[in-house]
Design a protein around this ligand. Sequence first.
Ligand SMILES: C[S@@+](CC[C@H](N)C(=O)[O-])C[C@H]1O[C@@H](n2cnc3c(N)ncnc32)[C@H](O)[C@@H]1O
Length: 310
Amino acid sequence: MDYSRKIAERLWNQQDKGELESHREETFMDDIVQKSHIEKELLANLEGVKTVFDGGAGCGRFSILLAKRGCQVTHFDISQPMIDKARELAEKEGVLEQITFVKGALEDLSAYQDRSFDLVMSFDSPISYTYPNQEKVISELVRIAKKKICISVTSRLGSLPYLSNPIQKNQFILDENCEDSFVRWCVENKKNSMEQFQFHPENLDKLMKEGLMGGEWEIEEYERGGTPWCITYSFMPDELKTILEKCGVSSIRLAGPGAYARTLPRKILVKIMNNPTWRREFLEFSYKYDSNPYVCGMGKDNLLAYGEIV
Ligand SMILES: C[S@@+](CC[C@H](N)C(=O)[O-])C[C@H]1O[C@@H](n2cnc3c(N)ncnc32)[C@H](O)[C@@H]1O
């Protein structure tokens, strides 16, 4: 088994992962925008969709949404804590019957026949965590799709600004006083992170050229018994489009959820989010702006692709 899969397995199988991930939209505004964008994309393309495969489905943000819309969903994930959390949330929403939970790795989809699901989806980077198998995984996801595919992977252009911005997440904190452990970390380390900042253009050039975040250090840390972040492959927009085209996907559209939100200062974003009407209108406008192909590389850190199977 390669290191990407072993590292992802250890990281995502930490006991508190499901609980922590299920609160993301309450704490960070870029996550709110991204979730809203994906929901709008899915709901706009549900015609003719009865069966769905969600690869790396986490705690069920989108599998539960589609089960509530009457779809039969296979919720597939490498992590038992994420599946357990998703099951708990699905029960609360009354859609347990419509979801089949499967523990497995995207690197092996051999259990599924060609064209098994009307819609195949995978959001917020599980594909990027399968390096060096990301292309093969995409082609396998396309293979098991009958009508539509919708995926979001780590965006190279969207990730590059983070390398020069150690306080990237502070910009999107909704409530600086909330108890969330990651929010507390961001707030308490802000001053220190700014003071210790050093500009490393060589790291920018390397990521721009190779697309890979993580590698040797993560492998060594894993071997020491630690739990490093996943080795993550980031895609360029044209690269992702070409891979999908090669697999026979047509009518491909790319988007960069979060691109518009990136242009606003935090205090304005907080004002908008705390006003229910503005929040709804802002999320609607962001969906349109972020769907423009000219901004697709500049979303939060995800690149979204929708396409149809010929
Ligand atoms: C950031 S979460 C996204 C979850 C969900 N798609 C969403 O958008 O809410 C990434 C998920 O991918 C899963 N994952 C990571 N690597 C995987 C792999 N190789 N195969 C299957 N799932 C994987 C993790 O367990 C985690 O639940």
